[in-house]
Write a new protein. Structure first.
Length: 175
């Protein structure tokens, strides 16, 4: 097989995998990827693993009973990051499927962190590559409905992981 054929075969395998994983829940996807990784370990100096690190376990064990707890743990900096964290709270933790700018900003206002321009903040999340938020129009109205993308969810999870790491480091240095 020449290099072009190898690349084509790899791309086709990736497409099949993506199509197969699409209907699964995030937890099911983790299980499948962990199985594949364990069944086909890579050789060489860099090996991708899906094994849980203690940090992953700490992050998974984090529970948030109120929006301010998630917000404080994520420590968003920009208006767009604040909107992203609020959308994550509403969609992933509260289970809302129809997010709109009013609802997202209402969460931010509840902790006295309102957006000065929520439409601009959400549009920035929609325009970025890869998209962190997707929007559609609510049927019969001009209102936009927002949904977090997988990348948007990962971005919030990275914020949480990064701050969990820095909090652990700060705690260790204060001991």
């Amino acid at each position: 097989m020449n290099e072009t054929d190898v690349i084509q075969a790899e791309l086709e395998a990736m497409k099949v995998i993506v199509d197969t994983l699409r209907p699964l829940t995030p937890e099911s996807i983790k299980k499948v990827l962990r199985f594949v990784n364990d069944s086909y370990p890579s050789k060489g100096t860099v090996q991708a693993t899906f094994e849980k690190s203690s940090l992953d376990e700490e992050q998974e064990n984090q529970t948030f009973s109120a929006f301010h707890e998630l917000y404080d743990a994520a420590r968003p900096g920009t208006g767009s990051e604040k909107a992203l964290v609020a959308a994550y709270w509403l969609q992933e933790i509260q289970g809302n499927t129809n997010l709109d700018s009013f609802l997202i900003n209402k969460e931010l206002k509840s902790i006295e962190e309102p957006s000065s321009n929520i439409t601009r903040d959400l549009d920035a999340l929609v325009r970025r590559i890869p998209r962190w938020v997707h929007h559609t129009r609510k049927e019969g109205t001009p209102r936009k409905i927002y949904t977090l993308t997988t990348e948007g969810k990962r971005a919030v999870q990275r914020m949480l992981a990064n701050n969990l790491t820095s909090t652990s480091v700060e705690s260790d240095s204060n001991s």
